[in-house]
Structures are given as C-alpha cells and as structure tokens.
Design a protein around this ligand. Structure first.
Ligand code: GDP
Length: 197
C-alpha cells in the first residue's frame, strides 16, 4: 500500500469520544521510548505527524490519524511510565483497556518492543492479557538499525521462543527501523491485506 494522505484528526483523553465512524483502526502501543512516534512518522512519511516523547502531554492521549481517507492509524498512550505515579498509571491503563477491549473498529493492535532487549515482563504480561481477551495483535521489533541484523534475528528468535512457551499460535511480527525505513512496506502491506480481506 502507498500512503497518499495522512492527517491528524483528534486527540482524546476519553475513549468514548473517539471518532464515530466505521472505518477500520490500526493501533500502535508500547512502552514509553520504544520508538512509536518515530515509527508512525516513518510509516506515513510525515516527520512531524506523531509527537515524539519529548512533547509533554501528547503521549497520554489517544491520537487518531486518518490515512488515505480509508483507515485510522491510532497512537495509544505508552505504558510503563514508572515516573508518572500510580494515579496517572491507573488513568492510562483504563484508557488503554477501554480502547483495546471496547473499540469495535479496532482491527489490529501493533505492540512495539525494542529489538535490542530481552523479553520484558511488562510486554509479555500485556500480550498475555491481549490473548486472554481475544484481541488481534502483531509485534513490531523496533530500532533494528542499532545492532547487526544477526543480533536482531537472534533477539527476535529468542523472543518468539519465549512466546511459544505460552502460546499455541504465534502472532505475526515485523522488524523495523525508523532510521533506515525498514519494515515500512511489510507493515503497510499487512494492513492492506486485512483491509482487503
Ligand atoms: P516513543 O516514546 O515510543 O514515541 O518513542 P520515540 O519515537 O519518541 O523515540 C524515542 C527515541 O528513540 C528517540 O530519541 C528516537 O530518535 C529514537 N528512535 C526511535 N526509533 C528509532 C530507530 O528506528 N532507530 C534509532 N536509531 N533510533 C530510534
């Protein structure tokens, strides 16, 4: 799929105030700093579309972007901000839960994990929760340019081995680098294949 248009539509702190349309939504989530904003900007080829973590406030909202006037790319708040305190964490968690579990238009959730790290408890628990609730998701291994491709492959295999211990069926996964524009075609083609199915 080629992206011909991508525009910011709205930011919400309440999931029930998200756009009222039937267009499919593809949402992106991950721990703070995993590279979510960079990935959204890379996918849409708009370097400033999603605000990076350096922008206070924005990352606590659900942001809707309309792509090709056909589907929404949804930027969800990052999870795992220990420094934000419990009250804020609870608020973010409720927002994520509501969106992920209640939003009928949510077609696939992309869970971003840093390709350099060993499987992190918080991500594994989050994926387990998605599985328990039957939420369709795929994994994106980010920042692959920060190491050799061999090391990335090693880390991804190790990750999938850990998931295999818990899951009968493994989720699809993609390897990305916003720096080198890796994974763009694969991720967009995957979205297109679901849109056309
Ligand atoms: P977010 O908090 O998940 O939205 O993360 P950001 O997109 O703001 O990225 C966090 C930091 O990682 C920033 O300094 C980015 O420049 C850097 N970063 C993000 N993606 C990549 C990548 O693919 N390669 C490299 N080398 N750095 C990246």
């Amino acid at each position: 799929m080629e992206i011909t248009s991508a525009e910011f539509v709205v930011s919400n702190s309440r999931a029930d105030m998200c756009p009222q349309t039937n267009l499919p939504e593809y949402a992106f989530i991950g721990r703070s700093n995993v590279g979510k904003s960079s990935l959204i900007n890379m996918l849409t080829k708009q370097p400033k579309l999603a605000m990076t973590s350096a922008t206070p406030g924005k990352t606590l909202l659900i942001n809707h972007f309309l792509v090709n006037k056909e589907w929404y790319l949804v930027d969800l708040p990052g999870y795992g901000y220990a420094q934000r305190g419990k009250k804020m964490m609870d608020k973010i968690q409720k927002l994520i839960e509501y969106y992920v579990l209640e939003r009928e238009q949510m077609t696939c959730l992309f869970v971003l994990v840093d390709s350099r790290l060993e499987p992190q408890k918080i991500d594994l628990e989050f994926m387990e929760w998605l599985g328990e609730n039957g939420v369709p998701f795929a994994i994106i291994f980010t920042k692959s340019d920060k190491q050799s491709s061999g090391k990335t492959k090693f880390n991804v295999n190790r990750y999938m081995e850990v998931l295999k211990e818990q899951w009968e069926e493994l989720p699809p996964y993609f390897i990305s680098s916003s720096e080198k524009k890796t994974g763009r075609k694969e991720i967009l083609d995957y979205i297109e294949s679901i849109n056309n199915s």
